[in-house]
Ligand binder design. Structure first.
Ligand code: SAH
Length: 224
């Protein structure tokens, strides 16, 4: 898989893509990331990529030309399965969407900024618009990193124990059951006896019951 990020703030990607599982996945050759500074694609001599909105609203709007030039240059090199735009009015990102996206080959994620992007970009280049929640952030970089993190960890081999991604919250529409580690007793607070019993089938049943109980209590909407 290859993910190309289009941004005016390439430095925001350095640390998130450069540590932990995302770094390891790149080193293992499971994913390739490329971060493109949209200012490298403008013909404006001051490297400006935004301008005032027509109709005189407040805020600045990202211009079509640098984004067109960047997307066109990338598409000339390879085919893309999706050109994604991060946007608060997009489809809500969730685990089923992450599962589906983790099976794609090459994707572009365009990060908006300021007041947003010239709408013609959305009409002519974007194939999917994704929101990470009903709130407004200053830019699409953090949403793009969240999307990348959620999908890359699902690529087989990205996380050590492959089973572990499948037993996380939202797979099977259930929240994850509680987990514990050593010591078995701390300040008198004991780990549930069943987990120390060594009885695999009973432990599996307990985990399922806990997942169901927590989902009913905390997120009944998932069971509908
Ligand atoms: N004026 C826009 C918000 C612009 S915020 C509106 O009202 O919809 C600037 C940029 O941040 C957006 O273009 C988008 O790329 C990103 N962004 C902000 N909130 C987001 C969210 N919840 N999900 C995904 N991207 C978001």
């Amino acid at each position: 898989m290859r993910i190309d990020f289009l941004t005016v703030l390439p430095e925001m990607f350095e640390s998130p893509l450069g540590c932990s599982i995302l770094k390891r996945a790149q080193n293992k050759g499971l994913v390739e990331f490329a971060v493109h500074n949209l200012r490298d694609y403008t013909t404006n001599k001051h490297r400006k990529v935004d301008d005032y909105p027509f109709g005189g609203e407040a805020g600045m709007v990202m211009q079509i030309e640098p984004i067109d030039r960047c997307i066109s240059a990338l598409k000339a090199e390879r085919d893309y399965d999706e050109v994604i735009f991060t946007s608060p009015d997009g489809e809500m990102f969730n685990q089923p969407m992450a599962n589906q996206m983790s099976m794609l080959g090459n994707i572009i994620i365009l990060c908006g900024h300021y007041k947003g992007i010239d709408y013609r970009i959305r009409e002519h280049f974007i194939t999917k618009e994704v929101s990470i929640g009903d709130y407004v952030l200053t830019g699409g970089e953090i949403p793009a990193i969240i999307i990348a993190d959620a999908i890359v960890r699902l690529i087989p081999g990205a996380i050590g124990d492959e089973q572990s991604a499948l037993s996380d919250s939202f797979q099977d529409n259930l929240l994850a059951p509680p987990v514990y580690t050593r010591p078995a007793e701390y300040k008198g607070w004991r780990v549930p006896d069943i987990l120390l019993s060594g009885h695999e089938a009973k432990i599996a049943q307990w985990r399922y019951d806990q997942a169901l109980e927590r989902t009913r209590r905390l997120r009944p909407d998932l069971l509908d």
